[in-house]
Write a protein that binds this ligand. Sequence first.
Ligand code: UN1
Length: 505
Amino acid sequence: MNLPAPEELRRRAEEALIRCGADIGAPSGALVARSPITGTDLRTVVTSSADDVDAAISAAHEAFLTWRSVPAPQRGAVVRRLGQLLTEHERDLAELVTLEAGKIPSEARGEVQEMIDICEFAVGLSRQLYGRTMASERPGHRLMETWHPLGVVGVISAFNFPVAVWSWNTAIALVCGDTVVWKPSEKTPLTAIACDALLAQAAHDVGAPTGLHALVQGSVDVGEQLVDDARVALVSATGSVRMGRAVGPRVAARFGKSLLELGGNNGAVVAPSADLDLAVRGIVFSAAGTAGQRCTSLRRLIVHSSIADELLNRISAAYRTLTVGNPFDDGVLVGPLVDSQAFDAMQTALDKARADGGTVICGGERRGTDNPAYYVSPALVRMPAQTSVVREETFAPILYALTYDTFDQAIAMHNEVPQGLSSSIFTTDQREAERFLAADGSDCGIANVNIGTSGAEIGGAFGGEKDTGGGRESGSDAWKAYMRRATNTVNYSDQLPLAQGVEFT
Ligand code: UN1
């Protein structure tokens, strides 16, 4: 496989960081930023000590005490400026995303576009943090609710969407009057440095108070400090179910709030009436795109037995045309897996699937073994049943295909996994489509018709049920998780009637 020289990648990373205004200093830290493109180092980054994390939380808390009283539309100004800077530096950030996460440039730019979109959304939201007014049962009384800033938001993000998920949280948190301490994935520290620099620039340009955002870098212990610190009012964490099981109860133990966006095991039902041309395109993008490393990646295909052979033939034909390789090369659609652990997990899952009676129709093999990078052909595996390996999320491009005969069976099979993030149905039968979206249809936070499971727009609330953690980020009214609600009763009469008709005289 023809891969770029490690020095070229280092130079590109450094140049993009400088263009984003990052103070990169001498590379002297303990955290090694790597590129999955070559499996080699990009530069080192200083890790945050326990004292550094404590200082970051203190500063963010201090800043919150001022920021919460700045009118929300004024808070929107910093996010508006951030959106402008992200637009100016779209290529630089996308370059860093490709370098650190291995995404193809189109997907990397799409991720930066999500950031720009959420900034626009958040600016609008800064004038729409609506509370309700309710009819009071008492004369001369007004009953209403007010939404107030919450405090410091601890954002813990994953490698696969190293910048968009941060922006969903941060843009919304800032207009809601919160401040942010961010712990990015150890696998993507450089994109985080660039984002932090752009936000600092935005805050400076609009004269916002300092300390609205702090970046802390390191491994689990850094995240744990955010989880355990009572000054962190909300912990918004994206990652594995295992991580969420550790974070959720710890935050709850101190009565903090958490917003969990954990694993998915996303399925698509393909009905006999489906438009197969459209279905194949949607399936291939969702299953093989981003090398299967989205939390919304399609992992399970539940296809009617009458069309299974044809559909699987068409998907495997499409898979064989996918170019796997250096994401910077023209025409490449599938970049590398993030690291050797991801590759090992994929191979272990494929072995288990074979042991369970599965047939690998195509893919699964490593491409180009003469380097420490891990490129694989996306795998399509026909399974006789939804065995334990199919019920787990493997963060790699494996698509398991199962067949069904009745629609009820398809829905039952679809919902019979622990995770509940994204789902879709390909059908032209309106009854089936509506049933899939109904209360007794898909049990996921995202349910689509005639598109794949991945690639959601920012306008909707993003997140899922069951082991996915229940949190909602991004659009719609997800902002409410970043604020606290106060119910206010105002008596403007000269009487003191008690609610529920209670007499106390
Ligand atoms: C994730 O993988 O954590 O819907 C987020 C999508 C993207 C976001 C994915 N907009 O696929």
